[in-house]
Design a protein. Structure first.
Length: 360
């Protein structure tokens, strides 16, 4: 059959177009591959104390001993150098460059104390882990912004303290110049079920909560939830333990959506530990997939117990409580999940977890 010049020209244009498209994909792999996925990090920054001095004094019930314990606690925080540790964690973020970072125990401390035993100079009046982290990220040459910050426990409810303490959860997002990642519907809320701790002269309620954001990447959207569940106090709690109630609130609250869901945080529960109750609720009852278990089935991936405090001493990690869980049309992807913060000196008593998840 005789070919017309028009059909030959059309075929030539088609071939040329295919060659250009192939060359473009090879020279611009980001356009061909990137951002059909999200890279998520969860990181507990360690506020600098486990409040062991205060807990011991409260158990005795001696007001004078309690005042001494308050000073010991703040001096313990100073000795842990939260701002230097925050800078180390910023370096981890700069190296991994996750799209989103769920941060817990992002504390700010303020004090009027003039002296701490063993300190060469007086303690700083303000210690702000979030500011130290963001400043170091800028020095590292990577750009992140705070999507949302949830103020949790605040010590201003306790009269007569020589310091103030504010615990915060923070969700960070990487600034991408190509605009491939966008964020909408940002929400933050405290749990309705909270732990109350008796102290001399008052009952202290520990605020915990969650931050959620709908993250769109190349036209695909998933809901990312950052949270820090209450640690479980066992028999001292009556009725449904606080941690399980908070996990249930996640499932019936921000995770109750038709969107794919990612939960990232220090959940104070995990596999192979003595605090699996909420983990089973999330992975079995609510059918979330644990990305570490999916990508590293033969590695326990312990994230908790790199050191103990009161005073700080090295210890052996024995639990995995820092988790990234997915549900719906979002799946764990290669490369495998991995830990950050396992080097010595450890920037936190927790390791962080980095996971890559794909939205099909």
């Amino acid at each position: 059959m005789k070919r017309t010049s028009r059909s030959i020209t059309s075929q030539c244009l088609l071939v040329v177009g295919m060659l250009i498209a192939t060359a473009f994909a090879q020279d611009h792999p980001a356009h061909a591959q990137d951002h059909s996925f999200l890279t998520i990090m969860t990181r507990n920054m360690d506020e600098g104390t486990d409040f062991g001095f205060i807990a011991a004094a409260a158990a005795v019930g001696d007001p004078a001993l309690f005042q001494v314990a308050l000073g010991e606690t703040f001096c313990e925080v100073v000795a842990s150098n939260p701002e230097l540790r925050a800078a180390q964690i910023a370096d981890e973020i700069a190296a991994a460059q996750p799209d989103l970072v769920s941060l817990q125990e992002v504390a700010v401390w303020q004090s009027s104390l003039l002296f701490c035993p063993g300190a060469a100079i007086g303690p700083p009046t303000t210690i702000d882990a979030e500011t130290a982290l963001l400043d170091r990220l800028a020095v590292d040459g990577v750009s992140y912004h705070v999507v949302s910050q949830l103020d949790e426990f605040n010590s201003t409810s306790i009269p007569g303290l020589p310091f103030s303490f504010l615990d915060r959860d923070v969700l960070l997002a990487r600034d991408e110049p190509d605009g491939q990642l966008s964020i909408a519907n940002v929400q933050a809320q405290h749990f309705s079920t909270l732990l109350t701790v008796p102290l001399p002269g008052l009952n202290l309620t520990i605020l915990r909560g969650w931050i959620s954001a709908d993250v769109t990447v190349r036209g695909f959207t998933a809901r990312v939830i950052a949270t820090h569940l209450q640690n479980r106090f066992g028999p001292a709690e009556t009725g449904v333990p606080v941690q399980e109630a908070q996990a249930e609130e996640l499932v019936t609250g921000p995770a109750a959506t038709s969107l794919p869901v990612v939960i990232a945080g220090d959940l104070n529960t995990g596999p192979g530990s003595n605090v699996m109750f909420s983990y089973n609720l999330l992975t079995q009852n609510a059918r979330f997939t644990d990305t570490w278990t999916a990508t590293q089935p033969n590695d326990p991936g312990f994230t908790l117990g790199f050191y103990t405090e009161d005073p700080p001493t090295p210890s052996t990690p024995s639990m995995r409580t820092d988790l990234i869980l997915v549900h719906g049309a979002v799946v764990p992807s290669a490369p495998k999940d991995y830990l950050v913060g396992t080097e010595v000196p450890h920037p936190s008593d927790h390791a962080g977890v980095v996971a890559k998840v794909t939205i099909p």
